[in-house]
Design a protein around this ligand. Structure first.
Ligand code: ASP
Length: 589
């Protein structure tokens, strides 16, 4: 239908007759001349209709925003003084000679340039309109470029793109499953994959050697700002490659992606053990753009006459730690109160602090409600350990190790943002040496990565000390966000069975849920490993988007619903009957 896209016209097209198709972005009546800004995915072009062509003029006069039109005209230079340097096609305009209305449009639920004044719910409900906005279009195009660059890299490196089932059995990644009832097997359910984990491992057992897939994953979790119930992974698995080789290859892929699309050089990623990340940054995904570090001071506080510190200091599961904010002395009481409230979200019961006014005067130079509890030698050692200077502020966390890490870890990021402490734009790293397991609140243990991750020790060692055993897992982190994570997998059935046993999965359950995997491991499973990148988060970071929803064409809300289609919805009695399902409506109290 068209000869050109609206957005691609420029001075080189002057004097050409062209045909455009697109949407009326704006219509202006300038004293007898009608201007239409016509839009398509490549951009806007200004088209002028003169009254001397009565037919097309009358039609142009009748169109409204978002009408779909086809027009033919002559490209000409804009008259002197009307060139628009802010517009890609600002040097030219089209003198319209004919116009056809391909489809009328009702007044849109919101004007594209007024999207900010309508709530996100209105935009999501009318996402087909929202997706017309040039900024959103740019994000979708960028996303498409990201997948194309990654595919090219993987294709060039011998990876095969293989699809795995969506209707399957539970693939445990630690979340709740989305279930699909089976009609043919009454009372039985498929689970949607939380990831293609087990299938990609089976593909290695089958000898495909290198696999990838841009895969949809489904996790029924309580949603946080950067989560969606269905999301996309760039899922990768390889055989006969060790941890270092997999990390270096995928690092090369991500470095190439940033270079190609953003012209950013991410450099060589540092590697940090999990224990160090938790100790120094209170997080397994430290944001290394922020220079603040958390320092353990438990040993200094063991004997102080202040239970809030001495209690956790002597508790093997407790921790007392300090976070020095250079120049933080300037923080007001009000700001400190706000940070105290902030850390309470993470379970901290308070936020002790010391303002260092004059470090040479340990009696009077430290300003703090708690300093009176600290003997002078403790004050001295504390300032030395933290390298504190006059004008600094020191925050404290004292509680269980978990609460201290979470609270000070989050505070560190908040301070970094509020006080604009970032030292660079991009800070990537690998976090390695994760523990295999962690304790659950009910005293059991659970896998930190997933139960198919290989430990760094033997079966005997793992059985003897499961909670201190490390795994061969690795996470790629960028600016405090986990971009991807993976591991070397267990490829021997006795080790896999040991891990299941430690996780309290008895033999019958192992057989029922994972019999196929245990079998596969007995029939020639190669050493293998891989990882998966969260595509949505990657694109969100690369485009500087505030929310993961901004880079997904049809996202769901925080309550896991689709405002556009109104899913999930009720189904008919007939459908339920076919599925042998009777719905138990929640009892309204
Ligand atoms: N399946 C893992 C996940 O979804 C990634 C991996 O281990 O490859 O987190």
């Amino acid at each position: 239908m068209r000869s050109h896209y609206c957005g691609e016209l420029n001075a080189s097209n002057i004097s050409q007759e062209i045909t455009l198709c697109g949407w009326v972005h704006r219509r202006r009546d300038h004293g007898g001349v009608i201007f239409l800004d016509v839009r398509d995915r490549e951009g806007l072009t200004q088209v002028v209709f003169d009254p001397d062509r009565a037919d097309s003029f009358a039609l142009a006069d009748s169109v409204r925003n978002e009408y779909v039109v086809k027009l033919t005209g002559l490209v000409r230079a804009r008259p002197e003084g009307t060139v628009n340097p802010n517009m890609a096609t600002g040097e030219i305009e089209v003198l319209g000679t004919s116009l056809e209305i391909l489809n009328a449009a009702q007044t849109p639920p919101f004007q594209l340039d007024e999207h900010q004044s309508v709530g996100e719910d209105i935009r999501l409900k009318n996402r087909f309109v929202d997706l017309r906005r040039p900024e959103v279009q740019a994000k979708m195009r960028f996303r498409s470029k990201v997948t194309s660059v990654l595919r090219n890299y993987l294709d060039d490196n011998g990876f095969l793109d293989i699809e795995t089932p969506i209707l399957t059995r539970a693939t445990p990644e630690g979340a709740r499953d989305y279930l699909v009832p089976s009609r043919t097997q009454e009372g039985n359910f498929f689970a949607l994959p939380q990831s293609p984990q087990l299938f990609k491992q089976l593909l290695m057992v089958s000898g495909f050697d290198r696999y990838y897939q841009i895969a949809k994953c489904f996790r029924d979790e309580d949603l946080r700002a950067d989560r969606q119930p269905e999301f996309t992974q760039v899922d990768i698995e390889t055989s006969f490659m060790g941890e270092k080789e997999i990390m270096s290859m995928t690092e090369d892929m991500i470095v190439g992606l940033f270079k190609q699309l953003l012209n950013v050089d991410l450099g060589t990623f540092p590697t940090m053990p999990y224990a160090q990340a938790m100790e120094t940054y209170g997080s397994d995904k430290p944001d290394l753009r922020i220079p603040l570090k958390i320092v353990t001071v438990s040993d200094l506080m063991e004997n102080v006459d202040f239970k809030v510190f001495s209690g956790p200091a002597v508790d093997p599961k407790g921790r007392v730690a300090a976070l020095k904010v250079p120049g933080g002395n300037a923080l007001t009481r009000k700001q400190i109160d706000a940070y105290t409230k902030y850390v309470s979200i993470y379970g901290a019961k308070g936020l002790a602090y010391i303002k260092v006014n004059d470090k040479s005067n340990l009696e009077e130079g430290l300003q703090s409600p708690i300093v009176k509890f600290l003997p002078v030698e403790v004050r001295q050692q504390l300032l030395e350990r933290l390298g504190a200077e006059d004008g600094d502020l020191i925050f404290f966390g004292s509680d269980s190790e978990k609460v201290v890490n979470e609270a000070l870890g989050a505070l560190r990021c908040k301070l970094g943002e509020d006080l604009e402490l970032y030292t660079c734009e991009w800070a990537p790293l690998w976090v390695v040496d994760f523990p295999m397991f962690e304790e659950t609140s009910d005293g059991g243990i659970t896998a930190i990565h997933h139960p198919f991750t290989a430990p760094s020790c033997s079966v005997e060692e793992l059985k003897a000390n499961p909670l201190t055993a490390l795994s061969q897992a690795y996470d790629m982190v960028l600016n405090g966000t986990e971009l991807g994570g993976g591991s070397i997998r267990i490829h021997q059935s006795d080790m896999q069975q040991t891990v299941f046993e430690l996780l309290n999965i008895d033999e019958a359950e192992q057989e029922e849920k994972f019999g196929f995997l245990l079998d596969a491991l007995k029939f020639g499973a190669p050493p293998h490993g891989g990882l998966a990148f969260g595509l949505d988060r990657l694109v969100m970071l690369m485009t500087g988007s505030a929310s993961i929803r901004d880079v997904i064409a049809f996202p769901k809300t925080q309550s896991a619903t689709c405002l556009l289609t109104q899913a999930p919805g009720e189904v008919s009695e007939k459908q339920l009957k076919e599925l042998s399902i009777r719905v138990r409506k929640p009892v309204v109290e």
